[in-house]
Ligand binder design. Structure first.
Ligand SMILES: [Zn+2]
Length: 360
């Protein structure tokens, strides 16, 4: 039974997950002919002392604790087994691998055309604790991201860093499609079709591959840059606002998603203005280890389990890709505070267990 429930939504998501651009103008016929397989995803080398690096950052990977996730269907008739264990979370048929704060979206891992995030709210809501300046009214974002932005901008203001302007948040597949085609068109005369497509895709994500479609990404700028032709430029990284964001955004669950030294892994050039919400403690782990999201996913997939000691809390982070409709996560924690489940955007799940600092 469980398997049937699972396969139906999964198949739909899988078939819709390929990049597709509708034929509308003269560039489209070429774009259509570019097969997704033409993009070679670079391999990520995590063999180079990465475990030592984790330990230096107070992240431990105890091998004996890897099995914290069980396939519930194998125990379905042994309800006593499940009752004997403290259940803290289910991954059920409604939990999509495309839901959650940690989903990976890039050139090689795309969102379906019909994907719209849940829980979008207006960025510039009047009830906000502080006023969020936006270049357009009516921008929307996921609710938890707006809360995190408010906390971050309050802290910035307390450090005398103000005037941060939000210029882009959630973007639909269709809107991204328009932006991408516009960029290809602007480059085609100078570079020819193939180079124009490749260059455009490093600057503007092809539809389905933009983090803005997740509702978890924001672009920010300053009033000074806003007066220029392109307010989203690498110069933002050298402004007072850009420097503060670089040093502090991880505290509020954000990462600078596209770093200059990670271009070969992310497929996108340096964008100091593009923040991606991943939540805590994940932003802190990535910041302190200098991992981009692709590298972090790889670490989690390889190790299956990490522990992380934050300032106030400690965390157990598990990765699972068991292809069943229901999985029981049953590690027993005496002093557990809560847990979150996020899809990885592909075929797996990341479970974050939050604990009080002194619990085991
Ligand atoms: Zn962006």
């Amino acid at each position: 039974m469980g398997l049937v429930f699972f396969l139906v939504p999964f198949t739909i998501a899988w078939s819709a997950g390929t990049t597709k651009v509708d034929a509308v103008d003269d560039t489209s016929s070429y774009i259509e002919s570019v097969e997704k397989s033409a993009w070679q995803q670079p391999s990520i080398d995590t063999s180079n002392g990465s475990i030592d690096e984790i330990n230096q950052q107070e992240v431990e990977i105890p091998a004996h604790k890897i099995l914290g996730i069980l396939d519930a269907s194998a125990h379905a008739e042994q309800s006593s087994y499940i009752q004997d264990h403290q259940k803290i979370g289910y991954i059920n048929k409604d939990t999509s691998s495309n839901s959650g704060d940690l989903i990976l979206v890039n050139k090689w891992t795309s969102l379906p055309e019909n994907f719209t995030p849940n829980g979008l709210v207006r960025v510039d809501d009047k009830s906000n604790e502080i006023k969020l300046e936006c270049t357009y009214s009516g921008l929307t974002i996921k609710k938890e991201v707006r809360s995190a932005v408010i906390n971050m901008f309050k802290a910035a203001r307390d450090s005398n860093v103000s005037s941060i302007i939000i210029s882009s948040t959630y973007r639909s597949y269709d809107f991204q499609n328009t932006l991408f085609k516009k960029k290809v068109k602007s480059l085609i005369k100078e570079f020819g079709k193939q180079a124009a497509y490749e260059q455009a895709s490093e600057i503007v994500a092809p539809p389905g591959t933009s983090e803005h479609q997740t509702g978890l990404a924001i672009d920010i700028t300053t009033p000074e840059l806003l007066k220029t032709a392109d307010p989203l430029v690498t110069a933002f990284g050298n402004t007072i606002q850009g420097k503060w964001i670089y040093e502090n955004s991880w505290k509020y669950g954000f990462i600078i998603r596209y770093q200059p030294d990670k271009k070969d892994i992310t497929g996108i050039v340096y964008e100091p203005w593009h923040l991606r919400y991943v939540g805590t403690p994940h932003a802190e782990i990535m910041y302190k280890n200098n991992w981009c999201l692709e590298e972090y996913h790889r670490q989690l997939k390889n190790s299956k389990h990490m522990t992380f000691n934050g300032e106030d809390k400690s965390y157990d982070i598990f990765y699972t890709s068991l292809p069943f409709s229901q999985q029981v996560f049953d590690e027993v924690y005496e002093d557990q505070i809560g847990y979150r489940i996020s899809g990885d955007g592909k075929d797996g799940y990341i479970i974050t267990v939050e604990k009080n600092k002194d619990s085991k």
